[in-house]
Design a protein around this ligand. Structure first.
Ligand code: GDP
Ligand code: IMO
Ligand code: MG
Length: 421
């Protein structure tokens, strides 16, 4: 049986914290897509850790963590993460497994990402420049190299062949940066990667399922960044939605039980692209300050705005969300008034649907106002003690979406979470 935790907005919903919170109920935590563009924050013994590729179950004794075939893996970033995780006493040989079909991010993929973004000028996507797009392009273009290929004797040959293709593209972009240092680092860390547990991910995970073990699939990015259903072209290059779980791990759809969607109590986006409820004013600044909304991977300030139920409703539909966790409720503690987007106004027409081309149709959000709770919610640990105004806010969202918020996260700490009951 497989449950899924994924983001319902534009990423950074707090997936890391929530996966870490639920992990103890599972035998395996598995990442199914994305790569080091992700930054999942959690707290271990009061110390902040940001994971990029290692699943967020890694700090739990006795839980298996799998990097699935749908991920694109940067060995250099992985080595750094492994060092951090090992410094907490985690035995990676026991707890971390990597699928052999996982595609490798090469130094030239990172260079191509940078060159492509630079060439876009004002239309840039705001990529994290981790090489995600070019690596997925080489996967679908049937050129890429995979973790399992590292064990072949002629890996270096295959690498050089692909590298020379990439060099032609880089020359076309007039990209002149010297990447020798990146390449040296890459080859050094390959030796480290080869020593980790490289497995046949699909048999590995299906074996576990057959023996009755519970699996938690951990998404990266968010539904509105999905390559098919996000705000294309301002998206990432993988299926961030629940459909990606099957292809990204090699499991059948009927094995998926709960799809747990994470949303902030408001909304953020990092990078370019449409964001209807964005607040480019003092309220937006306030959300950024109180929510400490700066990227976990790039440090960039996140764009902030009110919660968008049109987008959330769409994400619930695409993913088949069965449960919702609302994070960062405490960030709204001091706001006197809150707004909730219930409709889009597109050229004078009201709609509850996500337009095909959000960038061009420029929807204007229609809001419903709510009173804020104006009190400190961060120390509350039972639903009964939450302010009534917060419950009104939650009940409205539940009714609108037809899916219930089952947990409310009210602080970054592992224990700061309230079950709705
Ligand atoms: P992810 O990419 O979805 O894992 O989210 P990030 O780690 O990029 O960003 C979420 C940020 O919010 C992190 O700094 C978390 O420590 C923090 N966070 C998570 N849940 C809460 C919460 O309920 N309240 C507050 N104040 N911060 C939270
Ligand atoms: P987590 O897992 C927020 C955004 C980038 C950019 C776009 C494409 O931490 O929620 P890419 O590097 O994939 O080519 O960038 O997607 N983006 C994220 N935004 N959270 C993330 O991951 C993101 N991963 C990518 O900012 O706009
Ligand atoms: Mg993040």
């Amino acid at each position: 049986m497989v449950d899924v935790i994924l983001g319902l907005q534009w990423g950074d919903e707090g997936k890391g914290k929530i996966v870490d919170f639920f992990a103890k109920d599972y035998a395996v935590v598995a990442r199914f897509q994305g790569g080091p563009n992700a930054g999942h924050t959690l707290y271990v013994k009061d110390k902040k850790v940001v994971l990029h590729q290692i699943p967020s179950g890694i700090f739990h004794e006795g839980i298996t963590n799998l990097i699935g075939n749908g991920v694109v893996l940067d060995p250099v970033t992985l080595k750094k993460e492994c060092d951090t995780v090992a410094s907490f006493g985690v035995d990676l040989k026991k707890n971390l497994f990597i699928a052999q079909r996982t595609h490798l991010i090469l130094p030239t993929h990172r260079a191509l990402d940078k060159a492509a973004e630079l060439s876009k000028g004002n239309e840039k996507i705001g990529s994290t420049l981790k090489g995600i797009g070019p690596t997925y392009m080489d996967k679908t273009g049937r050129n890429g190299l995979r973790v399992g290929d590292l064990l072949d004797k002629d890996f270096k040959n295959s690498y050089n062949k692909l590298r020379s293709k990439h060099q032609q593209l880089l020359d076309n972009y007039n990209f002149e940066e010297d990447i020798t240092a990146w390449e040296n680092e890459f080859f050094e860390t390959l030796e480290f990667l080869k020593e980790l547990n490289i497995v046949n991910g699909e048999y590995f995970i299906n074996e576990k399922i057959r023996s009755g073990k519970k699996i938690l699939a951990e998404g990266a990015q968010g539904s509105m960044l999905d390559i098919d259903f996000g705000t294309f072209p301002f998206v990432t290059s993988s299926n961030t939605t629940s459909a990606g779980v099957c292809s990204g791990l090699g499991i059948a759809p009927q094995l998926i039980k709960d799809v747990i969607g994470i949303t902030k109590a408001y909304c953020t986006r990092v990078g370019s692209g449409p964001f209807p409820t964005e607040l480019e004013n003092e309220t937006g600044e306030e959300l950024r300050k109180l929510g400490n909304e700066f990227g976990a991977t790039t440090g960039r300030p996140r764009r902030c705005g009110w919660i968008d139920l049109v987008a959330l409703n769409f994400a619930c539909m695409i993913n088949g969300v069965t449960k919702i966790v609302m994070t960062k409720a405490d960030v709204l503690d001091t706001f006197k008034e809150l707004e909730v987007c219930t409709e889009y106004d597109v050229n004078g027409n009201k709609s509850r649907e996500i337009p095909f081309q959000m960038e061009r149709s420029k929807p204007i959000p229609v809001y419903k106002n709510f009173s804020g709770w104006n009190s400190d919610s961060s120390a509350i640990n039972s639903y009964a003690d939450l302010p009534e105004t917060m419950k009104d806010y939650i009940n409205f969202i539940n009714n609108y979406l037809g899916v219930n918020i089952n947990y409310i996260s009210n602080g970054p700490g592992r224990e700061q979470i309230v079950e709705v009951k």
